[in-house]
Design a binder for this molecule. Structure first.
Ligand SMILES: Nc1ncnc2c1ncn2[C@@H]1O[C@H](COP(=O)(O)OP(=O)(O)OP(=O)(O)O)[C@@H](O)[C@H]1O
Ligand SMILES: [Mg+2]
Length: 373
């Protein structure tokens, strides 16, 4: 036995036919913790899950579950010996088994009566009581996904791996099934790794988010930290939309239309991108809940369009009144003609109308330009 309870992945590298797809991968998930592995398509998320499940032989590194090495090069335990439950990207129920037998599939060693009771409990918990004798093809996609979840939970795994388990569902059903899954996993204290490429889903479910890019972990942290203190431009843009302006650091700060932002981490002369979240732009008169922060600057902006997106409104603006004093700045930012502002609730100013806009500097991020070409 080594290490603590939970899931511990260290020094994992993986290549398919000589092409590395997972590199320097290390992640520890505490017992009962839920971590979301978040990243764009093809970055290696499913590969990591397959390595943890034992569906892919480990080429380098260690997979430790509850202190027991279950994966090491040449010493891989088979999936069924790992105490891991998984639901993969495309749910595949056994078509020739009814729902009860699908859910009870991993319980074949239990008595018929124990198995029947466990299946009944699980069907109740995924809100499918009464479907025991139905066949997979008689169920909707969302119902099938809940059956797959019940099947994975049935043997009471210590670790659960979910690979985009809600991706085939429409938005409403998705949030219902996701919410149910979250409560089931948390109630059972299951150590869980969920793959998703949807940042909102990750923020909804995760205790911590691990952002993956091109086979590597880019940042691991609490959802609020990942969103409000992104470690890189990639993370900032992946977590949510940003307005972007170019600038150059001068005297320890960079110019924006709203005034200068301090850049303590960058040397003078560094070319930078300033990324500004749509909700960082504060419209005078709109109720955007500025909590103690002092917004900077106040610019007249012209409304190009405004749209209600449901819970928020999305306002497209341009700053067509260029305050004269900003012309004096030697490093005045390249003007960005079209900005997006997010306002909670319904706020739909008429096209062409003028607004006063200022900036909450806490939600503006400055990163050195990686590839200045
Ligand atoms: N069995 C395989 N043989 C060869 N290459 C593979 C294999 N499986 C995956 N790959 C490649 O490895 C890379 C990572 O794939 P992976 O499926 O882990 O990505 P992912 O992050 O899960 O993507 P998605 O979000 O699209 O599911 C991709 O470039 C993919 O083409
Ligand atoms: Mg995948």
């Amino acid at each position: 036995m080594t290490g603590a309870a939970g899931l511990d992945l260290s020094d994992i590298h993986h290549a398919y036919a000589g092409t590395a797809v997972v590199r320097d991968f290390a992640l520890t998930i505490a017992a009962g913790e839920l971590v979301c592995l978040l990243g764009p398509s093809g970055c290696g998320k499913t590969t990591v899950l397959r390595l943890v499940a034992g569906l892919e032989p480990l080429q380098q590194g260690r997979v430790i579950i509850d202190g027991r090495v279950v994966g090491a090069p040449g010493r891989d335990l088979p999936p069924e010996a790992r105490g891991v439950g998984f639901v993969f990207q495309d749910v595949a129920l056994f078509p020739h088994l009814d729902i009860a037998d699908n859910v009870g599939f991993g319980l074949r060693r239990q008595s018929a009566e124990a198995r029947r009771r466990r299946v009944e409990t699980l069907l109740e918990r995924v809100h499918l009581t009464g479907y025991a004798k139905a066949w997979p093809h008689q169920l909707s996609g969302g119902q099938q996904q809940r059956v797959a979840l019940a099947r994975a939970l049935a043997p009471a795994p210590r670790v659960m791996l979910l690979d985009e388990p809600f991706s085939g569902l429409d938005t409403r059903l998705r949030s219902v099934v996701r919410d149910e899954a979250l409560h089931l996993l948390k109630a059972d204290g299951v150590t869980t790794l969920v793959v998703t490429h949807d940042p909102e889903e990750a923020m909804f479910m995760a205790d911590r988010i691990a952002v993956m890019r091109d086979g590597r972990l880019e940042q691991v942290g609490a959802p609020a930290d990942i969103y409000t203190q992104p470690a890189s431009e990639f993370v900032a843009e992946f977590m949510g939309e940003v307005n972007r302006i170019d600038g150059v650091v001068h005297d320890g700060s960079v110019a924006t239309p709203f005034g200068r932002l301090p850049t303590p981490d960058h040397a003078d002369g560094t070319a930078v991108h300033v990324l500004i979240r749509p909700e960082a732009l504060k419209i005078a008169g709109a109720d955007q809940g500025i909590l103690g922060a002092a917004p900077i600057g106040s610019l007249a902006a012209r409304v190009l369009a405004s749209r209600l997106l449901g819970r928020t409104s999305w306002v497209h603006v341009c700053f067509d009144t260029d305050p004269a004093h900003r012309h004096d700045e030697p490093d005045a930012p390249q003007r960005h003609s079209h900005w997006h502002v997010r306002v909670p609730g319904q706020f739909l100013p008429a096209e062409g109308s003028l607004l006063q806009v200022s900036l909450d500097p806490r939600q503006a991020f400055v990163f050195a330009v990686q590839d200045p070409t």
